[in-house]
Design a binder for this molecule. Structure first.
Ligand code: HAM
Length: 433
């Protein structure tokens, strides 16, 4: 039976087929993400993979709602698999933010589900690192988050020649919108057209913009001008102090498709333009108040009446484009699992004593493998080599009255030593580890 389109099977390496994904590469990516997040003092959280449908229909915007994996559950509830983490996180933070010192800096690596048209870099399921901050309205926080994104990508060996963070301002766009339109209900449709500008033909974009009363050329000029707002200038200065300027550029071609962004927005792209966005995020200062019961005033773009109100910002980075990019650049390490000890059982009468030794090795933190059923000695030895074992271990009993002797061999040099106690074997291994 085939798997569903847009879903992946993850196998251990070496991979059996080009159509499957590597669990080793995935773990490498997750571990690297977590390492850099710890340097930035982010704490981990998680939430449910299934949520009330409403959480997304109200907060994420139409585009994502069209991509939901939603259904009615056995209790007649309208539910959806999570297409993104941000609404869940906003709900969690709104409920219990009082228990945490500000700014809250949290991350998670959820698996997300979107019923998208399958294409390069976009599947129906992906893992997405989410790094978010709450309780900090200064642009210094936006700069910290962008620096985190840069450092994560650098930690995979990517350089300023490989990627660029395009930084923009939803606020600059909303000012542009308000200067040209008096109908705030059209703002989201307008942002959607701008978000797709680079992927859509100019004729279609131009026509859609005209329907909303906008001129394509004027918009192209606004994007080309790229004059940084005051907020963007602060961010650029901050990044310059960190010597990270070469990784970023101001680019009003970015606006972000999701509805809830309010301020600085940014996306990471490969410089060669071979792939879809590697990561994207920004500031969403209204979402917590919306989630906690507030009502949006579309004229001022502020929320009134929410129980909790907190400045918020973050980004998401998927595993799909990142893996493809690292593969293309030859930056994925090779994954050769090693084993500490392979235990050979050359005489089945020694199996119970060998099992006892194996248990001791494992209790001491060594990885051990052995043949679960009788097997010719040569075959066991070959398996030790195939498994990349550092040591082979065996017991030998010369006469039935004597206690067995413990043999330990370093497979790289084939040098074997014998001992009368297991403790001596452990001492040898630990002194060579
Ligand atoms: P997003 O731009 O929808 O943002 O997704 C962020 C990243 O997730 C993308 O740049 C891409 O790497 C990856 N991604 C998204 N959809 C797919 C897909 N179908 N297949 C593979 N990868 C995908 C958000 O989701 C925001 N909630 C991020 C955020 C966090 N904003 C603030 N905090």
């Amino acid at each position: 039976m085939d798997r569903l389109p847009g879903f992946r099977d993850f196998y251990p390496e070496p991979l059996p087929h080009k159509d499957v994904w590597s669990i080793d590469a995935r773990n490498y990516i997750f571990n690297t993400w977590e390492k850099v997040l710890s340097y930035y003092n982010f704490r981990q959280y998680d939430g449910p993979p299934l949520e009330p449908l409403e959480l997304y229909t109200l907060k994420s915007g139409e585009e994502i709602v069209g991509q939901l994996y939603n259904f009615i559950d056995k209790g007649d509830r309208n539910v959806s698999m999570r297409p993104e983490m941000t609404p869940t996180l906003a709900r969690m933070v709104a409920s219990h933010e009082r228990n945490y010192r500000k700014p809250i800096k949290w991350f998670s690596i959820p698996q997300l589900f979107r019923y998208e048209r399958q294409q390069k870099g976009r599947l129906r399921e992906h893992f997405q690192l989410n790094a978010d901050m709450f309780g900090e309205s200064s642009p210094e926080a936006d700069a910290e988050l962008i620096a985190l994104l840069i450092d994560i990508l650098r930690s995979f060996g990517l350089t300023a020649e490989d990627f660029v963070i395009r930084i923009s301002s939803r606020k600059a766009w909303s000012d542009f919108f308000n200067a040209h339109s008096s109908d705030p209900s059209k703002a989201y449709a307008f942002y959607q057209i701008i978000d797709k500008l680079e992927r859509e033909s100019p004729e279609i974009s131009s026509q859609k913009l005209a329907e909303l009363g906008f001129d394509y050329d004027e918009i192209s000029q606004f994007i080309a001008s790229g004059t940084p707002t005051e907020e963007l200038q602060t961010i650029l200065k901050n990044l310059e102090a960190r010597k990270l300027s070469e990784f970023v550029k101001i680019d009003y071609g970015v606006i972000r498709g999701l509805a809830y962004y309010t301020g600085i927005v940014f996306e990471a792209f490969d410089r060669k333009g071979h792939f879809r966005a590697i990561a994207g995020g920004g500031r969403y200062d209204n979402l917590i108040s919306l989630i906690s019961g507030g009502k949006l005033d579309p004229i001022t773009n502020t929320v009134k009446g929410g129980k909790v109100n907190m400045p918020s910002l973050g980004f998401g980075m998927g595993d799909v484009v990142l893996t493809e990019l690292l593969k293309e650049r030859g930056l994925l390490p090779s994954f050769n699992p090693t084993l500490d000890i392979y235990a050979l059982i050359e005489n089945e009468s020694l199996r119970p004593q060998t099992l006892s030794a194996i248990e001791t090795f494992r209790q001491n933190g060594y990885s051990v493998d052995f043949s679960l059923t009788p097997l010719k000695s040569e075959k066991q030895f070959k398996r030790a080599i195939d498994l990349n074992a550092i040591w082979s271990f065996r017991l030998q009993q010369n006469t039935s009255e004597n206690a067995p002797t413990f043999f330990i061999k370093k497979l790289s040099t084939r040098q074997e030593s014998s001992f009368s106690t297991l403790q001596d074997v452990l001492n040898l291994i630990s002194s060579n580890h």
